[in-house]
Design a protein around this ligand. Structure first.
Ligand SMILES: [Zn+2]
Length: 137
């Protein structure tokens, strides 16, 4: 994989893929792209982006920002976010909830911590946000 390939799995260069989302110069056009950009944000320790793309009703948003950002950074440092597999995406117009199911290949000190999750996303008027996720086996 080339040095600047985006970790989100599109095969695009980072600067032409999730980079603008992380920088805040663009918003992901779909829930799937938002989901991908959150995976690449974990891979690249873009903690501010991870916080910013949580839906206002996400449980972490009810907690102090500094504490949540510290935990997110700890997760970024503890795990290696290797690859993202998109299993299903149900796109909806803004105003409705979209659903994305994915498998994340994640490793912790060489141990496989990969997981499958079905996530809900909601558009808040500015962009798609991560509302909730439930583990799938
Ligand atoms: Zn990307």
């Amino acid at each position: 994989m080339a040095q600047d390939t985006c970790p989100c799995g599109t095969g695009e260069r980072y600067a032409a893929c999730c980079g603008p989302f992380h920088k805040g110069t663009a918003e992901p056009p779909t829930a799937e792209r938002l989901m991908r950009s959150r995976f690449s944000a974990f891979a690249r320790r873009e903690v501010a982006y991870l916080w910013r793309t949580l839906d206002a009703d996400h449980p972490d948003r009810q907690r102090p920002e500094e504490e949540v950002r510290r935990e997110l950074l700890a997760a970024c440092n503890r795990y290696r976010y290797v690859r993202l597999h998109l299993l299903a995406a149900t796109e909806r117009p803004p105003g409705e909830q979209a659903e994305v199911t994915f498998r994340a290949e994640v490793f912790e000190s060489g141990k496989d911590r990969s997981f499958t999750e079905r996530s809900q996303f909601r558009h808040d008027g500015a962009g798609w946000r991560y509302l909730s996720g439930e583990p799938r086996s």
